[in-house]
Design a protein. Structure first.
Length: 185
């Protein structure tokens, strides 16, 4: 298959976007960047998407700040529809270096979350994007959501893989997810 690479999956994947939907009839897809993605997309770039490396033929930004991308190997609306909901990934070492007080979303996955008193809340299993991103934290089969507001995140220590949060009274009970459910966006 000449349009899609058969090289292996990323060894250290970083999600930089999510395919929202097809665009038009020619196989373009609309990709919502993750957070304030520092990735600039240009023709010739490659992404890991739906189990394969795919080369970008062209890309433009829509009026909502999303990428409208034409990919090799995606010709037609049905092919684009098959990519709906897929994560768009690159190798983490291709991301620009950040300042000391900044971090990438993928770096938070797996971090232990503790409250200001040191009580264990669980581990980050994913980051739920939205107007206010939230850490989805799991412990003993239960999951809670912790808003990623500056007032709540007291410390993010990636070396120790630990996040210290100031938990307002009632937050844990108010954000507890039912077992087996996920807050999908």
């Amino acid at each position: 298959m000449s349009e899609v690479s058969v090289n292996g999956a990323p060894s250290d994947p970083a999600v930089v976007g999510h395919v929202v939907r097809p665009h038009g009839l020619a196989g373009e897809v609309v990709v919502a960047p993750v957070g304030a993605s520092p990735v600039d997309v240009e023709a010739g770039d490659t992404f890991w998407l739906a189990g394969a490396w795919r080369r970008v033929r062209r890309c433009r930004i829509d009026n909502k700040g999303r990428w409208v991308v034409a990919l090799d190997g995606c010709s037609g609306r049905d092919a684009a529809e098959a990519l709906r909901g897929a994560d768009v990934m690159i190798e983490a070492d291709e991301l620009p270096q950040l300042e000391d007080d900044q971090y990438y979303i993928h770096d938070l996955i797996g971090c232990r979350v503790v409250d200001a008193a040191g009580a264990e809340l669980g581990n980050v299993v994913r980051v739920v994007p939205g107007p206010q991103d939230q850490l989805e934290v799991e412990r003993g089969g239960e999951r809670i959501l912790v808003p990623m507001a500056r007032q709540l995140l007291q410390e993010v220590d990636l070396r120790e893989r630990r996040i210290v949060v100031q938990v307002p009274p009632g937050l844990v009970d108010a954000t507890r997810l039912k077992q087996g459910s996920r807050n999908e966006t």
